[in-house]
Design a binder for this molecule. Structure first.
Ligand code: 13P
Ligand code: SF4
Length: 320
């Protein structure tokens, strides 16, 4: 505990010395989220992380999350140094969408507007017309559908299916999934809801359709946190990475938050729903990244960066 506190103090000093700001996702460890809050950084969903890094004056962005978040920061602000606790922190959606295969898929459907989820590599974004995060996907696709566009969507099949169902848009889906959210089980959730009939169910749209169908609120991490504040329920069953409980509990200390089950009938699996790549972000890695960014700095090929910047800026400039 003493060493942890000492590390936190050293990191605080280093952030100032290096003119760096910590940009963290809600799925990182509590320690990291608290540190970001205490040092003028942000804890946010993917869209807000991109906006924050884009606007913040610090010359170094320390992005605690997964690889695509660091890449997005670098694409938007190439003049800044972007470092991550580890470059090994990837995402199953990113891994499941190879840029060459994706380009072939796009080539086969030239009549479709290409919309990709932020959870992709810079090279995949470079091939897209639009980038969206879960917080803005419905609005962007609704807009494109109203303009008569047919859509090619990648990589998350659950989010894509949810957006197609909500908007009625014609969407051809890449078949990717998030290994964390794909594990939520509707049968076990139904059982848990019988035990807690008063609970509201909050679901991230990377979850399977049968789980999303049971939700009282569906949305990005920030949107789910907002729902946890706004709904009157005392108890919430939450289907997303458990990292989100830090902020939900902080904002509503009087409410009860229960993890949605990932196991079989009736099973509540404590700590199951946690992204292994988000978990790679620790205090030790953060301190090392600040001391010596070698091997932890994010670079994006300039040609790819310029191409990926176009759909990313469309997202940032999109007004509902
Ligand atoms: P949001 O924070 O944008 O909802 O993204 C969720 C996610 O999967 C990040 O890994
Ligand atoms: Fe990717 Fe899922 Fe991890 Fe988010 S939680 S980074 S979507 S694997």
């Amino acid at each position: 505990e003493d060493e942890r506190q000492a590390a936190i103090e050293r990191i605080k000093k280093l952030l100032v010395e290096k003119d760096a700001v910590l940009v963290a996702h809600y799925y990182t460890d509590d320690d990291i989220q608290a540190l970001a809050e205490a040092t003028g950084g942000c804890v946010a969903d993917s869209l807000e992380m991109a906006r924050f890094g884009n606007q913040h004056p610090a010359s170094t962005l320390l992005v605690a999350g997964v690889r695509f978040m660091g890449e997005t920061a670098k694409i938007l602000t190439p003049e800044k140094k972007v470092i991550m606790p580890t470059l090994e922190a990837t995402c199953s959606l990113d891994l499941g969408c190879d840029a060459d295969e994706f380009a072939k898929f796009c080539d086969q459907h030239p009549d479709r507007t290409v919309v990709v989820y932020a959870n992709t590599s810079a090279a995949v974004k470079a091939r897209a017309d639009w980038v969206v995060t879960s917080s803005i996907a419905l609005d962007v696709v609704d807009h494109l559908d109203a303009e008569g566009e047919k859509i090619l969507w990648a990589p998350d099949k659950h989010l894509g299916g949810y957006v197609a169902k909500q908007t009625g848009a014609d969407m051809l889906l890449w078949q990717g999934a998030c290994i964390v959210h794909d594990e939520f089980k509707s049968n076990a959730l139904r059982q848990l809801k019988i035990e807690h009939p008063e609970a509201a169910i909050l679901v991230h749209p990377e979850s399977p359709e049968s789980v999303v169908d049971m939700a009282d609120a569906v949305g990005s991490t920030s949107q789910l946190i907002k729902a946890s504040q706004e709904l009157d329920n005392e108890t919430f069953i939450v289907a997303t990475d458990r990292g989100i409980f830090y902020k939900m509990q902080q904002l509503s200390p009087e409410k009860n938050f229960i993890e949605a089950p990932t196991g079989g009938q009736g099973a509540t699996c404590r700590s199951c729903a946690h992204c292994p790549w988000m978990a790679m972000n620790g205090l030790v890695a953060i301190e090392e990244a600040l001391l010596d960014g070698t091997g932890r700095e994010v670079f994006v090929d300039e040609d790819v960066r310029q191409k990926a910047l176009v759909p990313l800026n469309r997202m940032l400039n999109f007004q509902v």
